[in-house]
Ligand binder design. Structure first.
Ligand SMILES: Nc1ncnc2c1ncn2[C@@H]1O[C@H](COP(=O)(O)OP(=O)(O)O)[C@@H](O)[C@H]1O
Ligand SMILES: [Mg+2]
Length: 449
């Protein structure tokens, strides 16, 4: 019951119907004060005219009073004749005062208020010794009809108005109720709610935004679940492989070659696990900004050159030809993080380019930006995969030859974005890939500040 009272629906209805009734009552008051007085005046005039007419008819034409009365009797009027003043006073049709009687005896016509509900006017005249009283019919007269009309109009307005208010309020409240119900579901973790509502008003807008919000929450939750399942999957594979080969090693009759092979696999898989955890840790730190990113000025071209040397063994072993063209660029940012970007991109280029391939690395300044690009003529990525390769754990080639984690490019993207830059890729399956990193120009920033 209490809940119902606090419902927006009930409150709206009370409010609007209250307003409706108040305005009806006020209208009734105003109409009564101005219009009803007019109608009463009109009726009074009619009564007085009637008395004068009876007077005129019986006096001037010398017709007996009762006949004159019969003659002039009309509808909606009641005419009574009293023989003498005692009879008039006794009838108690209205409160007869001494001065009224005096006025009557002097030949005047008096108008008073009849003892009736509602009070009606009454006119009395003193004609040929009789007291003639004229008043409107109690049940059927202009005043009562007017009051009834006004009351009917107002009552109809209240009833119809209330019905319309019920309808309108329920129209307004219905979507709000739906939203409230849906948000409870969302809070309980159900994201499959969609509110149907047509309308371009504020509530329509609210419903639209609510639906968008739910969709995003759902996508987020989906990503979260997928992330967790990816992580556990990525850990499970090397772990079961280590487990398997370790068990095999326990069996005694193994050749030396077999033993070495198994140990080799165990080492490789452990490395992969350790890689995976450090990459995950790195990403999570980047996500949560746990580390305050240092911003120091350093030579970007030198850093890239160092990375190329660091990976010299792996590109030389694959007989890959490196074309390097680096402008001198000083940059302000987190040196350690940025080094990871060049490493990840170059490692990928080497990994996904067959022997005797060509990798070209360029660093330029242009249009107030620092532009880095690395292209290879390796295996490339298909059009459908290229959109997703920056996602965590995404590996375009599902073949076993790639022992990567699928986190390298996600880390690249994150670090570049931390430095207000962006990374893009163009790739053709079978022909090669081009990764571009665009960073803000430190020199320009320096002049600005
Ligand atoms: N230079 C490249 N040529 C072809 N494919 C690439 C290249 N760089 C990245 N990719 C694709 O993008 C995927 C994601 O790369 P990355 O995030 O570095 O993960 P990982 O190297 O651990 O597989 C790779 O698995 C690969 O399919
Ligand atoms: Mg990689």
């Amino acid at each position: 019951m209490k809940k119902l009272l606090y419902s927006i629906y009930v409150r709206f209805i009370f409010l609007f119907i209250g307003i409706l009734i108040i305005s009806a009552v006020l209208s009734l008051g105003i109409v009564t004060v101005f219009q009803l007085e007019d109608v009463k005046g009109m009726v009074q005039k009619q009564l007085e005219d009637k008395v004068s007419a009876i007077d005129a008819l019986s006096q001037e034409r010398d017709i007996p009073l009762k006949e004159a009365v019969q003659y002039l009797e009309g509808k909606e009027l009641t005419i009574r004749v009293y023989e003498d003043r005692d009879e008039l006073v006794k009838a108690k049709r209205f409160s007869v005062l001494q001065e009224d009687l005096k006025q009557l005896e002097q030949g005047g016509v008096i108008t008073k208020e009849l003892n009736s509900t509602p009070p009606l006017p009454v006119s009395v005249g003193h004609i040929k010794g009789y007291y003639v009283m004229v008043h409107p019919d109690i049940d059927n007269n202009q005043i009562v009809r007017f009051q009834k009309t006004v009351q009917t109009v107002l009552l109809t307005a209240i009833v119809l108005g209330s019905l319309l208010i019920l309808l309108a309020v329920s129209m307004v409240v219905k979507p709000i109720k739906k939203i409230s119900k849906a948000s409870v579901e969302v809070a309980n973790g159900t994201f499959d709610v969609h509110i149907q509502h047509r309308g371009k008003d504020e509530i329509g807008e609210l419903v639209k935004n609510f639906n968008i919000m739910v969709q995003e929450l759902k996508a987020n939750e989906y990503l979260h679940k997928e992330f967790v399942s990816s992580v556990s999957h990525e850990f499970k594979t090397p772990l079961s492989s280590i487990n398997g080969f370790a068990s095999l090693l326990k069996t005694k009759d193994l050749s030396k070659k077999e033993k070495e092979e198994y140990i080799e696999i165990i080492i490789k898989e452990s490395n992969r696990l350790s890689n995976l955890s450090s990459n995950l840790l790195r990403l999570s730190k980047l996500d949560h900004q746990a580390i305050q990113h240092r911003r120091e000025v350093f030579q970007l071209d030198e850093q890239i050159r160092r990375v190329i040397l660091l990976l010299q063994d792996s590109w030389e072993n694959n007989h890959i030809q490196l074309q390097v063209d680096l402008d001198q660029v000083s940059f302000k940012g987190d040196e350690e993080l940025l080094q990871q970007v060049w490493i990840n991109l170059l490692v990928n280029a080497i990994k996904f380019t067959p022997e005797y391939g060509i990798i070209s690395i360029v660093l330029k300044k242009a249009h107030n930006r620092v532009l880095f690009s690395i292209s290879d003529n390796g295996i490339g990525v298909s059009e459908s995969d290229v959109k997703r390769i920056f996602e965590r754990f995404y590996k375009a080639d599902k073949s076993r030859s790639n022992h990567g984690t699928g986190l390298g490019l996600a880390i690249v993207k994150k670090i570049v974005e931390i430095h207000d830059g962006k990374v893009t890729v163009e790739s053709d399956l079978g022909k090669g890939s081009l990764f571009k990193v665009e960073l803000p120009d430190y020199e320009i920033k320096k002049i600005d500040s």
